[in-house]
Ligand binder design. Structure first.
Ligand code: AMP
Ligand code: GLY
Length: 426
């Protein structure tokens, strides 16, 4: 098969790295890719939002399988665009159409879906532009912390959690009246605060059957001890000790089955990944959000644990054949530490020379990197994800940090406590 992966982050490098190992894969392309995907595939200089250019590349390179990494092109309808054109009728796609992608693209839609299908989640009310006073009155009926969520895509920044009612009112005004997140905050959900530990669960579905991939824990805040602003994700650990068989069977029965069946009942054909962000509240799982793609940096910890041909698995999903496919998972632990440009998630420098990758013993997945002559330079906020595999969590985390401390550029930054909370739980 000729395979095209859309995206340019650590997630896409990891997917491409694993797909490239498959005997089923003839030619592998990543668009637009980064300095790491360039080592395992051919990068195509195409924006993921330029569907016409994506379509042309599919024809030019005889692509059989398209794997869509990020959410934006899915929400914008890349599948719908390609399916509507005869020239792509043989193309198989991993990633839902725009209707299914609403599970991530609209928090109002996904909340209504969960309520309809009895999927456990925090209670919420939606308020629209023009309903500011109703939204403020609603705050009087609930207790803090207040969780405010922009309805649409907001690059991971659309959630505000505050104990302070004045702050909540100010944010509601900003969102509903001053378009704080553009169109994304024309509707705002005020959601019940869920007190617990977060977990990322990944499901691959062909629309009927599904496989549950290894779970992971993400570290979203920039600072050690979960402090400072939210980021795209600063590290990941898989497996997660509290996600034992008993907890995961609750997740499967109460969340995964009703989600896959609910999509079918609602006539939403969904082929692709469902990433369930959930909260473990005293041993019971509640959905915080759905994403319609893999997580980043969770992919960097999850995919190296698969002992399965990823190209075969993705093909099976795209052709409705998952029930005949085995998913083998390694017992190993995976620890991923994300290395970022100093200043991220606010402003940061680009173009700094990166040194020391070739001496690493771990897997080094690239995100914001690009080739610069024979060398490699920084080209984004999150630069690298370093993943170590090992037989116990403590030594695996240590292995990852051994490599992280030997990779350098000016003003490199990373969290020093990835996995620490899980080691303390043990
Ligand atoms: P989201 O963009 O929905 O992933 O939310 C960002 C982060 O806000 C999540 O990763 C959680 O840490 C937190 N969060 C979202 N919803 C809730 C909630 N209802 N209760 C507590 N924390 C939440
Ligand atoms: N790591 C969280 C995400 O990919 O949304």
């Amino acid at each position: 098969m000729n395979i095209l992966v859309l995206g340019s982050g650590g997630r896409e490098h990891t997917l491409a790295w694993k797909i490239a190992q498959s005997p089923l894969c003839n030619n592998l392309f990543v668009a637009p890719g980064n300095g790491g995907t360039d080592q395992v595939a051919t990068n195509l200089p195409i924006s993921v939002d330029d569907f016409q250019a994506v379509g042309n590349a599919i024809l030019e390179h005889n692509i059989d399988l398209l794997v869509v990494g990020p959410e934006a092109p899915l929400v914008a309808g890349v599948r719908d665009y390609l399916e509507a054109d005869e020239r792509y009728h043989n193309l198989k796609i991993v990633g839902p159409g725009s209707k299914g992608a609403q599970l991530e693209g609209s928090k109002d839609f996904s909340k209504a879906f969960m309520v309809k299908h009895d999927i456990p989640t925090g209670k919420a009310e939606t308020f629209r532009k023009g309903q500011l006073s109703e939204a403020i009155n609603y705050l009087d009926t609930i207790s803090p912390p207040f969780v405010l969520k922009a309805d649409g895509l907001a690059a991971g920044k659309g959630v505000i959690i505050t104990e302070d009612k004045g702050e909540a009112i100010k944010s509601l005004k900003e969102m509903l009246e001053n378009s704080m997140f553009g169109e994304a905050s024309e509707k705002v959900l005020i959601e019940e605060f869920l007190d617990g530990i977060e977990l990322s669960v990944f499901v691959l579905t062909d629309g009927t059957n599904y496989k549950i991939l290894p779970e992971a824990k993400d570290y979203k805040r920039i600072g050690d001890g979960d402090t400072g602003p939210n980021t795209g994700g600063m590290g990941a650990i898989s497996p997660v000790s509290f996600a034992d068989d008993s907890f995961m069977s609750k997740v499967e029965e109460r969340i995964i089955k009703p989600t896959v069946n609910g999509l079918r009942e609602d006539d939403i054909e969904f082929i692709g990944f469902i990433f369930i962000g959930l909260m473990n509240v005293n041993g019971d799982p509640y959905v915080i959000e759905y994403n319609v793609r893999m997580g980043d940096p969770e992919t960097q910890a999850v995919i190296p644990r698969l002992d399965t041909d990823l190209a075969a698995l993705l093909k099976a999903a795209a052709t409705g054949d998952l029930q005949n496919t085995d998913l083998a998972i390694r017992e190993d632990f995976a620890a991923t530490v994300v290395m970022v440009a100093g200043g991220y998630p606010a402003s940061y420098n680009k173009g700094d020379a990166i040194e020391g990758i070739s001496n690493a013993n771990s897997l080094v997945f690239h995100a914001g990197t690009k080739k610069d002559g024979p060398g490699l330079v920084t080209n984004g906020g999150r630069i690298l994800a370093v993943t170590a595999l090992g037989t116990d969590l403590a030594s695996t985390v240590e292995k990852a940090y051994d490599d992280v401390t030997n990779i350098r550029w000016d003003n490199v930054s990373y969290r020093r406590d990835i996995g620490k909370d899980l080691l303390e739980l043990q």
